[in-house]
Design a protein around this ligand. Structure first.
Ligand SMILES: [Cu+2]
Length: 306
């Protein structure tokens, strides 16, 4: 390990972790052994008269120098490993990651957006993390990488998959009531399969550009995590048949019925906590600044037909 630790992030974490664990366990064994040995060897029955113990220069040098070297080596491996972590290799495949309450949105260079992270095997993956609301923590346990997604900041993170497969992606920072909903998948495809998927999705994306955007917006903005389109209530009320319905809401501490017209839909997007639909928790994040006026019109138009 001279020259510091280099390699893939998951290997670095594993090596440094094992090194620290090995040192810790050796010290634990040594101290426990000495403790038991001294208790028996210097017990009162064998040494009825206490004796004064004089210092031992060599012993003192030894137990100062060895632990110092051990702790410094832990720092050294940790530090050089961290540096490799922070240096994204050239030619990495870049994906933008947007965190929000309560889902992830992955955006690829060709404009494709997904809610699961799909990457090719054997290539460094460079993620650019940000958040549109609160602090989230992007975490792939299988690859030993974790990085906060912070509003107003872009945090880089990289990893590389050696094998194809599917792995969990979690949010490691409690970000509100539906925090657990941020669980998603990382799918590692073989190079060829990935290229096929990437191209196909790219074409699909180009085609969809001309279509009404309402349905895509619901998907992209993460609305469907809490609102269904088929009539089942989730964390929030379903969007099916909502337009034109009379909705019981709580305004302040007063209960009243409102007609779900255009104005109501817009208000619910921008000031979701003014009128809270009865029997639902007041947790919808306001979309103010997150949706353009035109996007709101598109959504309202689309919701009218659901
Ligand atoms: Cu989160």
């Amino acid at each position: 390990m001279i020259g510091g630790v280099t390699g893939l992030p998951d290997q670095i974490v594993e090596d440094v972790f094992l090194f620290i664990a090995a040192v810790s366990v050796s010290i634990l064994v040594l101290i426990t052994f000495l403790m038991i040995f001294f208790t028996i060897r210097y017990r009162r029955k064998r040494n009825p008269k206490p004796e004064d113990i004089r210092g031992n220069l060599w012993l003192e040098i030894l137990w100062t120098v060895i632990p110092t070297l051990l702790v410094l080596s832990m720092f050294y491996y940790g530090w050089t490993g961290f540096r490799t972590f922070k240096k994204v290799p050239e030619g990495a495949f870049t994906v933008k990651v947007m965190a929000r309450q309560w889902s992830w949105l992955f955006e690829y260079e060709n404009g494709v957006k997904t809610d699961e992270l799909i990457v090719p095997v054997g290539r460094p993956i460079h993620l650019l993390l940000t958040s549109q609301d609160v602090i989230h923590g992007f975490y792939i346990p299988a690859f030993r990488v974790k990085q906060d997604a912070v509003p107003g900041m872009v945090n880089p993170l990289w990893f590389q998959a050696k094998d194809v497969g599917a792995f969990d992606v979690l949010c490691a920072e409690y970000c509100g009531q539906q925090h657990a909903y941020m669980l998603t998948r990382l799918k590692v495809y073989p190079e060829e399969e990935f290229n096929r998927w990437y191209e196909e999705k790219g074409k699909q994306f180009e085609q969809e550009k001309g279509l009404p955007r309402g349905s895509r917006l619901l998907q992209e903005k993460g609305c469907l995590v809490c609102h269904s389109l088929d009539g089942t209530p989730r964390i929030g009320p379903t969007l099916k048949g909502l337009f034109g319905k009379t909705v019981p809401v709580i305004t302040g501490d007063r209960e009243r019925n409102v007609l779900a017209d255009e104005a109501y839909l817009k208000r619910s997007l921008l000031e979701p906590n003014t009128d809270i639909v009865k029997d639902f928790p007041p947790i919808m994040p306001s979309q103010k600044g997150l949706l353009t006026g035109e996007e709101i019109d598109e959504l309202v138009r689309y919701m009218k037909e659901l």
